[in-house]
Design a protein around this ligand. Structure first.
Ligand code: 5GP
Length: 189
């Protein structure tokens, strides 16, 4: 997606530890017209798939997934990273190791929001080592629902997540795949 790649080149900042900061337009301040185009592009790529629900993980996936859900006219459900007193009923749970915070979270989702009849599109902002996506896939599988695919805004192609997901035969659509990045250069696949 050219618009996105141009924006990454213009405003993305490479930080130590293979972290790309895109907080001026994607996951702190959000450029809504850009995210609208991202939602439209996911809709185009998964057109014809019988998607009944969008799934993401809090926090930074939510805004992107919400706009995407509008294009599919289906509910968005997001997995939560900690036990909350507001959650009742049966829970699906998994563990996710956070790339940015270097710690492991329990991730939970109320069972009533994903059923075996659901066809799920998973959306997230980044794909690095694949832990977040693996956790979400695990939740969909525990619910007995069908995974239609995963839509990622930025895949860091030099990390392992993309390969792992594709090897599982899950359809993965990444709008920008970074091949390499350093302080003064960033290249796309
Ligand atoms: P993974 O679980 O695939 O290793 O990492 C994906 C998650 O870590 C995403 O949900 C995202 O929030 C965060 N993440 C991974 N790499 C980056 C990065 O380079 N920049 C930012 N801002 N977040 C990242």
């Amino acid at each position: 997606m050219e618009l996105l790649k141009e924006r990454i080149l213009r405003d993305g900042v490479v930080k130590p530890g293979n972290v790309l900061k895109v907080d001026s337009f994607l996951n702190h301040q959000m450029d809504i017209p850009l995210i609208n185009e991202i939602g439209r592009e996911f809709r185009r790529r998964f057109d014809g798939c019988p998607i009944t629900k969008i799934l993401t993980i809090e926090a930074s996936g939510i805004g992107i997934a919400a706009i995407t859900a509008q294009y599919f006219n289906v509910p968005l459900v997001f997995a939560k990273k900690a036990q909350s007193i507001n959650l009742d009923g049966e829970m699906l749970t998994t563990k996710v190791e956070s790339f940015t915070h270097k710690r492991t979270y329990d991730v939970i989702l109320a069972k009533k929001f994903l059923s075996p009849q659901d066809h799920v599109l998973i959306i997230d902002d980044f794909l690095a080592n694949g832990c977040a996506l693996m956790g979400l896939i695990d939740l969909v599988n525990s619910a007995g629902a069908t995974i239609e695919g995963a839509g990622i805004v930025i895949e860091k192609g030099f990390q392992d997540g993309g390969r792992k997901i594709r090897e599982m035969d899950i359809r993965l659509e990444s709008l920008a795949i970074i091949d390499s990045m350093s302080d003064n250069s960033l290249t796309f696949r």
